[in-house]
Design a protein around this ligand. Structure first.
Ligand code: GCV
Length: 859
């Protein structure tokens, strides 16, 4: 039986009010895909005096029409005024949308800026014949549309418009999102439901979501969308599919978002039936030229193509001894006559590395392969470089390749979808991470060369450059989690202007999405800003990268999954030490790929920034950090800190109760509760793993000691049997109990006798919630059932760390459950299908509300 998407069936027997509450603890949230989701809500009472109630397009372009409609809708929504779309000038003040030339023609005596860079705009509030005039003028019609959205953002964030006079232009020309959608409607690394573009091997009939998505993208300045996965792209060049792609392009065009597609470099063979796909073969070149012509006949404004080749099983030019430049340039010459570009991904590496070779290093691959090709790429090729040398890790240094290409266009690729960062089940605002990479000064040629300037094309005077955000939106609320939409928003804003701060973007998003009250903005922004490092604090440390299951789901803890295989995401831990030696002196030499000043910093452990220490150095567990703490003690401390910080996120959110939309409040509350529980799974996995490996105790006595924890394997069991779990660190003590599903066995029970102090406590039940089947659990005390719930979440796999989930009972009034010595606690599990109601432990813990109450009682 397939599980329900919404975990809404927890039954609080004594809390009937909660019966109606939908809990979105896992899986994708089943939000309807509505027009106004995300930040374009246009609600609230904002200043209305500065904005006239009539809007007029000065030209006829589709984009100007879109801008006018958006202004009508946005001004009406945010100010409560009815806004007219006028064909002619009115006598009572108006807002106009047009190009600079159109504005000059319409208002000849106005001082109009002489020039604004491509896709830029001018916003001006002035008086014309005594009436207010608001001008939205683009350097072209795209700029006019972006300007309209910018004006609406200013209104929705309560900016002062009285003296509005602003010029803006995008920092970089390529501002694309990449979707990893497959032709069957699935989305690789997508956590928001099925594809908005494809289903059942073809383009969907209804593309309404695509148009809405394009509108969202345009509102933050995104100008391109690559709609298909970089893997297995050949079917997208079949003639029938090109027709469908043209419909997608049509759906996005009114919002100025151009279609791009991923292509399989072996298409001449796979689709064209040629004997070869050697990029230097004349027939192959001719095939590409003809195929690209065919596409442009149907999609005249195709933005370009993206290529993943010689990577993770995808075919590539290496099969013929050719280079990435050979492959990229063949496509480039086919695209050049049409104005299209090639985004060639530098994510090329050998995933069959030898773990025993201490010089082998996946981090080196992009630079080793692409740097020697600098200057060999055609002018319409852009090398698309992941921000770090490995793969979208929560912590990794910036890729040195950005500084290695001086005669090549470059774009930075980042992930909006949270593949390695909690998959939208964990709150992680990514702008601070991206900002750190964008602002990083690589010191190429011993001068200031921040990454953002390189990808803008400014540092090395390149004509093209940009940012690509792998987005993977789907049909269930786009990214599947309302707060994750801050990342889509932030991507667009940073691609437009990488100098914006993460805080500023968070505040903009919060005001437009959640509320403008200062306490709401302050709380949400604080939560967003702390969330990335909170996630880092419980999932890895000092640059080891996320210690997840790297060969599968990339979600829960699985420390050994990265080791002893060919994928090269190694951290090389053993009883003595941990870390990859990437120094030039004794390691893989990766540190030497950076320009000298940065290379020097990374070469020494003493000068390597703490957060990347083990990315560059193999060090003993007893190595002392600058704080004086040993690495192993840091591991214990930071994971306890991280789990506490995750719980803190929930506490902060709780202060918003009654101040924000109740549905959003409850949705996020449930998510944060889940996150806090999963942070404990992470904490305990990492801490117990390294405690066992090093044998070095935690100076604070926490690791390996869990006061109040009653293990399932120590309970009096009926029907349950004890099993070892893999990986062992994902369950407390490495063991869980599994209900024997022989036909007669409907339920299984685990019982413990409480021996602690009397008082009121929370009782947390740690269980595993497998993908298929909906097991049910009941918690009872002295034979009375107090709460029951369904294990009906959808986690990415059946691995213990992915599915380990916590249900916390807090008593009828939230002040804890009364316990006294001798009470019998009982968990009953009812298996379903292949979910055997697996149980790890129960934890009797302090109830904050009752502790606070007794603290205020006084003597
Ligand atoms: C589309 C990571 C992901 C893959 C992805 C790859 C890439 O390895 O796990 O799913 O493939 O990156 O960026 O090409």
């Amino acid at each position: 039986m397939a599980k329900k998407r919404i975990a809404a069936r927890r039954i609080f027997d004594f809390l009937p009010a909660f019966l109606l509450v939908s809990l979105f603890v896992a899986g994708s949230a089943a939000h309807a895909q509505t027009e106004d989701q995300a930040w374009l809500r246009y609600t609230g009472a904002h200043e209305r005096t500065s904005i006239p109630a009539s809007v007029r397009a000065l030209g006829n372009s589709v984009l100007e029409q879109s801008a006018v409609r958006e202004l009508q809708r946005g001004i009406a929504g945010t100010t409560g005024t009815t806004v007219m779309a006028a064909a002619n000038a009115t006598n009572a003040g108006e807002a106009v949308v047009g190009t600079l030339d159109e504005v000059r023609a319409a208002f000849p005596s106005l001082q109009v800026p002489a020039h604004i860079a491509a896709h830029g705009f001018w916003l001006k509030r002035t008086l014309w014949h005594g009436h207010p005039l608001v001008i939205v003028a683009g350097s072209n019609e795209h700029g006019a549309l972006f300007g309209a959205f910018d004006l609406l953002r200013r209104i929705a964030t309560d900016a002062d418009l009285t003296h509005l006079d602003a010029i803006e232009a995008p920092a970089m020309p390529i501002r694309w999102v990449d979707e990893w959608d497959n032709v069957d409607g699935t989305i690789t690394r997508g956590y928001g439901g099925r594809s908005i573009f494809f289903e059942g091997g073809k383009v969907r009939d209804n593309l309404t979501d695509v148009t809405t998505y394009a509108r969202l993208l345009a509102s933050v300045g995104v100008n391109g969308c690559n709609v298909n996965n970089v893997n297995d792209a050949a079917p997208f060049l079949e003639p029938g599919m090109i027709k469908g792609l043209a419909r997608i392009a049509d759906a996005m065009r009114p919002w100025g978002v151009r279609l791009a597609i991923s292509v399989d470099i072996a298409s001449p063979q796979k689709v064209g039936g040629l004997k070869t796909f050697d990029p230097l073969d004349p027939d192959v070149k001719a095939w590409w030229a003809a195929k690209i012509d065919e596409i442009y006949q149907q999609i005249p404004d195709l933005a370009g193509v993206t290529v993943k080749a010689d990577s993770e099983g995808q075919p590539g030019p290496a099969s013929y001894g050719r280079s990435p430049a050979d492959a990229a340039n063949v496509l480039a010459s086919a695209l050049a006559p049409h104005g299209g570009v090639v985004l060639y991904r530098a994510f090329v590496y050998n995933n069959h590395l030898d773990y025993n070779d201490m010089k082998a290093d996946r981090a080196r691959a992009a630079y080793d392969i692409f740097q020697p090709l600098d200057g060999h790429f055609a002018p319409n090729v852009i090398v698309q470089i992941k921000y770090g040398p490995i793969d979208f890790q929560a912590e990794e240094p910036v890729s040195p390749l950005f500084a290695g290409l001086h005669q090549t266009n470059e774009a930075m690729e980042l992930q909006i979808t949270q593949e390695y960062l909690g998959q939208q089940r964990h709150l992680v605002y990514l702008a601070p991470l991206w900002k750190e990479k964008l602002d990083f000064d690589l010191r190429a040629e011993d001068r200031s060369t921040p990454v953002k300037k390189i990808i803008e094309g400014k540092t090395f005077s390149q004509p093209l450059g940009g940012m690509i955000g792998v987005s993977c939106v789907g049909r269930d609320g786009w990214l599947g989690a309302p707060m994750a939409m801050a990342n889509l928003y932030a991507f667009g804003r940073l691609a437009w202007n990488p100098n914006l701060s993460a805080e500023q973007i968070a505040a903009e998003w919060t005001k437009q999405t959640i509320g403008t009250k200062p306490e709401v903005v302050a709380t949400v922004d604080k939560m967003l800003m702390q969330s990335w490092q909170t996630y880092v604090h419980y999932t890895g440390f000092l640059g080891t990268q996320t210690l997840t299951d790297i060969t599968g789901s990339h979600y829960g803890p699985n420390i050994e999954a990265s080791e002893r295989n060919g994928w090269g995401q190694w951290h090389r831990d053993d009883a003595k030490g941990i870390g990859m030696d990437r120094t030039v002196a004794t390691g893989t030499g990766f540190a030497g790929q950076y320009p000298p000043e940065v290379a020097k910093m990374y070469e020494s452990a003493a000068t390597t920034p703490h957060r990347q220490l083990l990315f560059f150095h193999h060090l003993p567990w007893t190595y002392k950090l600058h704080s004086g703490k040993t690495i192993i003690q840091y591991v214990y401390d930071i994971h306890y800190q991280g789990a506490a910080e995750a719980a803190q996120l929930g506490d902060e959110w709780a202060t918003l109760k009654g101040k924000i939309d109740p549905q959003l409040y409850e949705d996020e509350r449930a998510r944060l509760e889940y996150q806090a529980g999963h942070a404990i799974v992470w904490r305990d996995a990492i801490v117990q793993y390294f405690l066992k490996e090093t044998g070095i105790p935690d100076a604070l006595g926490r690791a390996g000691h869990y006061p109040g924890r009653l293990e399932a394997e120590d309970a009096r069991l009926t029907g349950y049997k004890i099993v070892d779990i893999k990986p062992w660190e994902d369950a407390s003590g490495g063991k869980i109990v599994v209900c024997d599903q022989s036909p007669a066995q409907k339920t299984c029970t685990a019982e413990w006798t409480y021996t602690g102090k009397p008082g009121r406590f929370n009782i947390a039940v740690q269980y595993l919630d497998l993908r298929d089947g909906v097991a049910h659990f009941t918690l009872g005390i002295n034979g009375t059932e107090i709460v029951s719930w369904a294990a009906d979440a959808l986690f990415p796999s059946n691995l213990a760390g992915d599915t380990s989930t916590r249900f916390t009972a807090r008593g009828p009034d939230g002040r804890g459950i009364e316990l006294k010595p001798g009470d019998v606690l009982r968990v009953e599990g009812a298996p379903d299908a292949s979910d055997p109601a697996e149980l790890d432990y129960i934890q009797i813990e302090r109830n904050a509300a009752s502790a606070a109450k007794s603290a205020t009682k006084g003597p």
